[in-house]
Design a protein around this ligand. Structure first.
Ligand code: COA
Length: 259
């Protein structure tokens, strides 16, 4: 498998690293394919309860789609590249476990779009976000116009996409783009603690929360609530549910198996 994406396990947590640090982890077709393949492997592995996505190197999560690779693209090739990125990011968004984005530096253009496909983000105080594609005469193509608007509101998304402005971590927090800003050197340890906490919970329950939060976001409330009731019922057929409730009543710590 390509070395442009690295994957390591820490118990039930998978750590996925974009790995082109000399190019600030710019997203080319090879890296997108490797990310898709990594996600497929993780999605098929029921022992994965949570994942973290971050960038290798000190400076970047990902500084965008690879401008060198895009230089000679025809309109048809560009459309296919956009569709490929969108497919991979949708797989990330729909992974059967939460994915925390640990934003360790630049998250620009396609890097910001990739971050937006994670469940939520923790950012280093050195992180920078933006959709600077208009500086290159292009626009976000990996779902950015849509996910950014859904995350921060359409007016703020418009301002970011039209101006190409880059914002720091604190501003990204104020916009609702990131959940928490932490000192750079503490980012990975902070995210690790959170990922292990999530992974220690009823894995099927967390997965159903993720599925319903995602599927319910773009449908009428009544339909979304019906999805919730259905998922709530499904969980009552699991061993984890019996174990979790029995453990509470027996005043002991639950021992979940993901079944
Ligand atoms: N695509 C391809 N290569 C990229 C890249 C991208 N999106 N972003 C950075 N790189 C490469 C640079 O070309 C450089 O390669 P080189 O060493 O072979 O010349 C290397 O990564 C380091 O980048 P550099 O620009 O020297 O770092 P910097 O610290 O001076 O600046 C940025 C950092 C993020 C401000 C700057 O790299 C940048 O503006 N990148 C493009 C951001 C962008 O427009 N993204 C949207 C793309 S659609």
């Amino acid at each position: 498998m390509s070395s442009t994406v690295l994957c390591e396990r820490d118990g039930a947590v998978a750590w996925v690293r974009l790995n082109r640090p000399d190019k600030l982890n710019a997203l080319n077709a090879e890296l997108l394919r490797a990310l898709g393949a990594t996600l497929d492997v993780l999605a098929a592995d029921r022992t994965v309860a949570c994942a973290v996505l971050t960038g290798a190197g000190e400076k970047a999560f990902a500084a965008g789609a690879d401008i060198q690779a895009m230089l000679a693209m025809s309109p048809e090739q560009a459309r296919a590249f956009s569709e490929m990125g969108q497919r991979v990011f949708s797989r990330l968004e729909r992974a059967p476990f939460p994915v925390i984005g640990a934003i360790n530096g630049f998250a620009l253009g396609g890097g910001c779009e990739l971050a937006l496909a994670c469940d939520f983000l923790y950012a280093s105080d050195k992180a920078k976000f933006g959709q600077p594609e208009v500086n290159l005469g292009v626009m976000p193509g990996f779902g950015g116009t849509q996910r950014l608007a859904r995350r921060v509101g359409i007016a703020r998304a418009r301002e970011l996409c039209y101006s190409g402005d880059i914002v720091g971590a604190e501003e990204a927090y104020r916009l609702g783009l990131v959940n928490r800003v932490v000192p750079h050197e503490e980012l990975l340890a902070t995210v690790k603690e959170l990922a292990l906490k999530i992974a220690s919970k009823g894995q099927l329950a967390v997965a159903q929360c993720k599925r319903v939060l995602f599927s319910g976001a773009d449908v009428p409330l009544e339909t979304a609530n019906a999805l919730e009731s259905q998922a709530f019922g499904v969980l009552f057929g699991t061993k984890d549910r019996s174990e979790g409730m029995s453990a509470f009543l027996e005043k002991r710590k639950a021992s979940f198996t993901g079944e």
